[in-house]
Write a protein that binds this ligand. Structure first.
Ligand code: ATP
Length: 313
């Protein structure tokens, strides 16, 4: 659905996108992730034909973004960051106006405006002025606009930025519900968002591609160790006994509370020593009041990958 080959974009000597390549397959929800200034919006603007690349090749739905920009625009529903809306128009009036620009007429117009208002839950505010709506509603009006011409591909730049947690959940649910019919590329710097709804993650930093994989594979690949937290009340050298368990690399004593000691166990990635800790405690007659495992999050992956990337001036 999207093919990006060796894309670069330079602004007045500054390399905003630096030789990145990736593909997005039909039906995927792909998260485009990176800190502020990483080059996400620039890449999306190139993909949607709003800006020419400095070099590289980009095709959307088989069409070249520059030579066949009309076909590309027909294939894409684009929601830019801080989508510009006409604040002095009413919601339904605005969607009809946008529909007209996108070539909808008569019965098709009525059907699509009704459908997108229902899909994006804005029908209840259809007669309200956009300027008087909350940020969450405005965001959904912008999404309804992006969906009007039934594009197979949605490109959404930070669709949940500035929303409160309830609104964020509503937008996420809406995106998940679009999954069977639409391919979605969404940019965000909220890692949790990606973990929850995306099939794949593309991470960029300083304009360069850092990773391109499923959220699960990325966390699996993480070099940082899995951690297990244990709180034990026991006789003898508890730390040494814990350290002797297979796959435990390091035992750190965190704190003491009377006869209880809290330890963090650094374990080789992908291993779970909780059962071995239980068996050890039973064999030594220790008491346990905490035993839980913490897997690395996508945030840990990003921090680690970004740290290993040389910073350009
Ligand atoms: N029109 C422009 N002219 C010059 N430099 C620009 C322009 N637009 C963006 N940049 C620079 O290019 C780099 C990438 O910006 P971009 O907006 O693509 O990043 P981003 O990942 O979308 O960040 P954010 O999450 O803050 O939107 C930044 O250093 C930015 O300052």
């Amino acid at each position: 659905m999207i093919s990006v080959q060796d894309l670069t974009k330079q602004y007045a000597g500054r390399m905003a996108v630096d030789h990145i390549s990736f593909e997005v397959q039909p039906g995927e929800i792909v998260g485009f992730l990176g800190p502020n200034g990483a080059g996400k919006s620039t890449t999306m603007r190139v993909l949607t034909g709003f800006m020419p690349p400095t070099s590289g090749q980009v095709t959307v739905n088989g069409f070249d973004v520059f030579r066949q920009s009309l076909e590309v625009r027909r294939s894409i529903g684009y929601m830019p960051e801080m989508a510009p809306l006409y604040t002095d128009m009413k919601v339904k009036e605005y969607l009809r106006f946008r529909g007209e620009l996108k070539g909808l007429r008569g019965r098709d117009m009525r059907r699509r405006v009704g459908e997108v208002m229902d899909l994006c839950s804005v029908a209840d505010v259809r007669r309200r002025l956009i300027g008087n709506l909350s940020k969450g509603y405005r965001q959904r009006v912008a999404l309804a606009d992006a969906l009007l011409h039934e594009p197979p591909l949605l490109i959404l730049d930070e669709p949940t930025s500035g929303l409160d947690p309830i609104q964020i959940r509503q937008v996420r649910e809406l995106l998940a519900s679009l999954r069977p019919k639409h391919t979605i590329l969404l940019s965000t710097h909220i890692l949790q968002e990606v973990e929850q709804i995306c099939d794949r993650v593309i991470m960029i930093h300083h304009g360069r591609l850092l990773a391109n994989d499923t959220p699960a594979n990325l966390t699996k690949k993480l070099r940082a160790l899995t951690q297990v937290f244990v709180e034990v009340n026991g006789e003898g050298d508890v730390a040494a006994a814990l350290e002797s368990l297979p796959t435990v690399r390091k035992v750190i004593e965190d704190s003491r509370d009377g006869s209880w000691t809290h330890y963090t166990l650094r374990v080789e990635p992908g291993n779970d020593v909780r059962e071995a800790v239980m068996n050890l405690a039973a064999s030594k007659n220790w008491k346990l009041r905490e035993l839980h495992r913490q897997l690395p999050s996508l945030e840990d992956v990003f921090v680690e990958l970004a740290a290993s990337e040389p910073v350009k001036s």
